[in-house]
Every structure is written in structure tokens, then in C-alpha cells.
Write a protein that binds this ligand. Structure first.
Ligand code: MRU
Ligand code: ZN
Length: 208
């Protein structure tokens, strides 16, 4: 079983993240899903289909790392497997955020099939945990969108198993997944990505 106090704290951090991400326009309407680790076997995650700017405690539930609801009759996010594979793969990960911003959506559609987004030379890359210089090269893979979430989860798990230092990925025409040791780290990563997406789009505009 999970610790109820930890769940309450995790739910609060998820609700607060939803307010922030909705206000910034990165999680419109019922798009996006968020989670936070409770322990080795359980995470708190948003209930499917809830408006992310108006989350309340009943919109967050517990699932185990197989995605099964624990003490809840609600339906967990349709994209739960995209979260659980990250918690399985990275024991240090404490939070995962998925957003649907305009910039992530547009940029991911401009990259061709098989092309990753390469981020290098930006001072702001240092906002990602473990990155200490603008000279680092970050490779952000772009997976094709699909409604086969289990299939996509396996693809992401495989890719990140062999690229452990990379901070997130895009799903084409869909959005961003990123994670961190804490919810605060994870929110910083979303913000850093949004700045970098804007820089990349602006660079394409100036020099097509
Ligand atoms: C409102 S469309 C977005 C959904 O299809 C999905 O991509 C999403 O991010 C939210 O799904 P959810 O099941 O609410 O977690
Ligand atoms: Zn989504």
C-alpha cells in the first residue's frame, strides 16, 4: 500500500503544476497529464480527461507501475504507460510532466521523420539537471504520434535506456514529455524546453 500523507503532498504538487502550466498556455483544456512518485511501486497521476487548469484532489489518483489503479474507481490518464516506463527506467525520477504547448506541437511537426531536435550552444540548457555547459549537445527524439500508447511506451523505454542523460522527448503534433527528481525540477525543465523551442522556431523563421 501507499503512504496517504505522501499521496496528499504529491496531489498538491500536481494540482499546483496544473494551475501554472494552464496559465502559461502549455496545457490547454483537458490535454496533458502529470504524475509524481510515491514510492518504489506507486505513483500519483491525473485522472483521464480532467481540465488541467482546474484540478482538485479528486482529479489525482494512485496507480502501480503496471498502471493498475490502487484504491480508486477512476480511469487513470490514457497515457499512463508513458509515465510508468520512465519511473521503471530511472529510479531517481520523482515527477513526470506531459504538456501540449503550441510551440512543442508546431516544432515537432516541422522536424522530419527520424530527425531528433538537437539543442546546442544555448546557455539555458544549463536549466536541465546535470547539464553544466552550453557546449553540451542535447538530443531530443521525436516519436510519431499514435493511439497505441503501450507500443509508444516501449519505444520510449528502449530509446532512453540507451540515452540516459537526455531530458525529454517530443511526440509529433502532440506535445512534450519531461521528468525530474522533484516536481520543481520537472517544472523548470518544461519552462526551459519552452524557451528553447521558441528559439528554434525563431531561428527557422529568420533563416529558413
Ligand atoms: C484533449 S486531447 C489530449 C489527449 O488525447 C491526451 O494526449 C492527453 O494529453 C490527455 O489525456 P488524459 O487521458 O486526460 O491524460
Ligand atoms: Zn497528450
Amino acid at each position: 500500500m501507499f503512504d496517504v500523507t505522501r499521496f496528499a503532498k504529491a496531489a498538491d504538487s500536481i494540482i499546483e503544476a496544473g494551475h501554472f502550466l494552464y496559465q502559461r498556455g502549455w496545457s490547454p483544456a483537458t490535454s496533458s497529464n502529470y504524475s509524481a512518485r510515491l514510492d518504489e511501486h506507486h505513483i500519483a497521476i491525473t485522472v483521464s480527461g480532467r481540465h488541467k487548469g482546474k484540478l482538485h484532489p479528486g482529479d489525482v489518483m494512485v496507480v502501480d507501475l503496471s498502471g493498475h489503479p490502487v484504491q480508486s474507481d477512476c480511469r487513470a490518464s490514457a497515457e499512463t504507460p508513458l509515465h510508468t516506463v520512465l519511473y521503471e527506467l530511472f529510479p531517481e525520477v520523482g515527477a513526470v510532466l506531459h504538456t501540449h504547448s503550441v510551440k512543442a506541437t508546431v516544432l515537432s511537426r516541422l522536424l522530419s521523420a527520424g530527425q531528433s531536435l538537437i539543442l546546442e550552444g544555448y546557455e539555458l540548457q544549463k536549466a536541465f539537471s546535470g547539464v553544466e555547459t552550453h557546449d553540451a549537445t542535447l538530443t531530443i527524439p521525436v516519436f510519431n504520434n499514435t493511439q497505441d500508447i503501450n507500443g509508444l511506451a516501449q519505444k520510449t523505454k528502449q530509446w532512453f535506456a540507451s540515452h540516459q542523460g537526455q531530458p525529454g522527448y517530443l511526440i509529433r503534433g502532440h506535445g512534450l514529455y519531461t521528468w525530474g527528481e522533484t516536481m520543481e525540477d520537472c517544472l523548470r525543465h518544461v519552462e526551459a524546453f519552452e524557451f528553447l523551442f521558441e528559439c528554434e522556431l525563431e531561428a527557422m523563421r529568420v533563416r529558413p
